[in-house]
Design a protein around this ligand. Structure first.
Ligand SMILES: NC(=O)c1ccc[n+]([C@@H]2O[C@H](COP(=O)([O-])OP(=O)(O)OC[C@H]3O[C@@H](n4cnc5c(N)ncnc54)[C@H](O)[C@@H]3O)[C@@H](O)[C@H]2O)c1
Length: 341
């Protein structure tokens, strides 16, 4: 708990909205900036329903220095959490310039305007995708970075830029958080993941199949060297992730130097594990087809989360069952028109 307001860019998006809830529950005052390119303004109402108070909200693009300057003049911001960005790996291959402009250009523009206002505490949403195909699991933060897509490169570039910035000006304290596979929703079901178009991630895809909005799940690869042949990933409940941001923020505000930390559960689950857990959550079988492996997918991938515990005192608390239960609840509320979009 601290004084000052917290700027949350991308705060109406999936992870940002859950982080706003956690921050506000801890007593922080939150200022959201989002250009609504992948979210909708109604999320602010739903955050207010959950928390009992309303964050300040501006529709603005982080690349627009004038708009950002106007927001920062109106508030007493002590730190920023920067979620705003594009996140679809496949799309980034098709339109790389858009990704570099938004993710890299957006972060540079944000840092410049923060700098002008003397705000030098920043948390950045990075991704485990910066590791590419890891040599070993669990993946620790000192593993080599080998991003395999423009999206992954955009995250690794920003990490480098932020390292150079804090090297040049030690007043900057920057927390880089590398997320594994965020999924699930707030237990109220009022906010959640509501992708536009075809979901890129397993859990929202399963939710749409379970709800009858899609015919079946394609399982890409059943001949990996894993116990059931399907790929293994580290799914982290979005509320655990949100709480990880609060712990990171608290550390920065208390004067801890910058850090790079994995946010994952440290546990791997196969695609079939997730399908079974989702079937238990929704109460019926989910149609699945086997499809060939996708280029670039690796067999097994999960975090070594120990640095987050050592530096931030944080670890994930919610399990795969909670992820599927909360994702299904949110899907049901969305289908009833009560959640995002
Ligand atoms: N969801 C994941 O699986 C995942 C995994 C690793 C890292 N991340 C990163 O976490 C961050 C948040 O991801 P998310 O899943 O909540 O995505 P999201 O698309 O739901 O949220 C991002 C938000 O940022 C906004 N936005 C995008 N560009 C903007 C800009 N230039 N100015 C202002 N607002 C802008 C969008 O409208 C959206 O509301 C992203 O940076 C993403 O790369 C996500």
């Amino acid at each position: 708990m601290s004084t000052g307001e917290i700027l949350v860019t991308g705060g109406t998006g999936f992870i940002g909205s859950h982080c706003c809830v956690s921050l506000m529950k801890q007593g922080y005052r939150v200022v959201v900036v989002d250009n609504l390119s992948n979210s909708d303004a109604g999320v602010i109402d739903r955050i207010a329903s959950i928390t009992g108070s309303r964050p300040a909200f501006y529709i603005a693009d982080v690349r627009n220095a004038d708009e950002m300057d106007r927001v920062l003049r109106r508030h007493d911001i002590s730190a920023a959490i920067h979620f705003a960005g594009l996140k679809a790996v496949g799309e980034s291959v098709a339109v790389p310039l858009r990704y570099f402009d938004n993710n890299v250009g957006g972060t540079i523009a944000l840092c410049q305007v923060l700098n002008t206002h003397g705000i030098k505490r920043l948390i950045f949403s990075s991704s485990a995708t910066v590791y590419g195909a890891p040599d070993r699991v669990p993946v620790a933060e000192d593993a080599p970075l080998r991003p395999a897509s423009p999206y992954g490169h955009s995250k690794a570039m920003v990490e480098q830029i932020l390292a150079d910035l804090s090297h040049a000006d030690p007043e900057w304290r920057i927390g880089i958080l590398r997320y594994f596979n965020p999924a699930g929703a707030h237990e109220s079901g009022l906010i959640g993941e509501s992708p536009r178009g075809t979901p890129n991630n397993l859990v929202p895809f399963l939710a749409q199949v379970a709800a009858g909005q899609r015919d079946a799940l394609n399982i890409f690869g059943n001949d990996y060297p894993t116990p059931d042949g399907t790929g293994i990933r580290d799914y982290i409940h979005v509320m655990d992730l949100a709480e990880g941001h609060c712990a990171a923020l608290e550390a920065l505000l208390q004067g801890q130097p910058g850090f790079t930390v994995n946010l994952g559960s440290g546990r791997g689950h196969s695609v079939l594990d997730v399908v079974r857990a989702f079937e238990a959550a929704c109460g019926h079988a989910i149609p699945c087809h086997h499809a060939p492996r996708r280029a670039g997918d690796v067999a097994e991938y999960y975090a070594d989360p120990s640095r987050a515990m050592t530096l931030l005192g944080w670890e994930s608390r919610r399990d795969l069952e909670s992820i599927c239960r909360d994702a299904w609840h949110s899907q049901c509320r969305q289908s009833n028109g009560a959640s995002q979009r």
